[in-house]
Design a protein around this ligand. Structure first.
Ligand code: ATP
Ligand code: MG
Length: 214
């Protein structure tokens, strides 16, 4: 029998992509024996963000730069080329058709994001299309996940512990605005691209709305 192909789908705004995303994807790839992981930067985020999101083409390019050296990582344009807000259900339908029934899809998210996903309208169909992998940091309390998801939902979720990397894109943006280093938080090529294009210099504090730099 032909072995089942396994493909991970890692969606995000990736504004910018950082080592937290990359470590998570690599750890899940190895633990689940995935043939590849597809990084899918969103076009227009479905939920309004509290800041002006960097144009999709640039976020996609940073994903290409960050994933180029890993032979198992691929960057996808599927969401940035699709007009309108990016919904994961459309993306998963696309990949299911693209890879065919012989492929098991794994939708990789942080443990925080999984709770949000489970409240989506189409979660029944999502369950038919893929399994979910909730990546969690050591020390993260899984009871929260178990409390908030039904047994049926939990049956579709694999929880995996990845090395904890306390990085968020929000923090990277705020560090650039504040003139602090982002070296070792994002791949060197991504760091160079951020400075070359002048991204995040005028990033606003997303919680207060105040300008972090002039
Ligand atoms: P932002 O701060 O702008 O929300 P982010 O760092 O959360 O950015 P996203 O592009 O929103 O990055 O996240 C994409 C996916 O990666 C989500 O499923 C999120 O939970 C996961 N993720 C983000 N940062 C980490 C991290 N440090 N470790 C593990 N997973 C992460
Ligand atoms: Mg996020």
């Amino acid at each position: 029998m032909k072995p089942l192909r396994r493909v991970g789908i890692m969606g995000g705004t990736f504004d910018p992509i950082h080592f937290g995303h990359l470590v998570t994807a690599e750890e899940v790839r190895v633990k689940f024996g995935l043939d590849e992981v597809v990084f899918v930067p969103c076009g227009i985020p479905p939920h309004k963000k509290g800041y002006a999101v960097t144009p999709a083409e640039h976020r996609y390019l940073m994903v290409v730069l960050a994933t180029a050296s890993n032979p198992h990582f691929i960057a996808s344009r599927v969401e940035i080329d699709r007009p309108g807000p990016s919904y994961a259900i459309d993306t998963l339908r696309f990949f299911k058709q693209h890879y065919g029934e012989e492929t098991q899809l794994y939708f990789i998210t942080g443990a925080d994001a999984i709770l949000e996903i489970m409240t989506w309208r189409d979660s029944e169909e999502l369950f038919r299309l893929c399994r979910f992998v909730a990546a969690t940091r050591p020390g993260y309390h899984l009871e929260e996940l178990e409390k908030r998801l039904t047994a049926e939902q939990l049956a579709h979720v694999d929880v995996v512990t990845v090395p904890g990397i306390e990085i968020s894109s929000t923090d990277v943006r705020q560090r650039v605005a504040a003139g602090l280093p982002i070296r070792y938080l994002v791949p060197a090529a991504v760091e160079g691209y951020i400075y070359k294009c002048g991204f995040y210099r005028e990033c606003v504090n997303e919680s207060t709305g105040s300008q972090l730099s002039s």
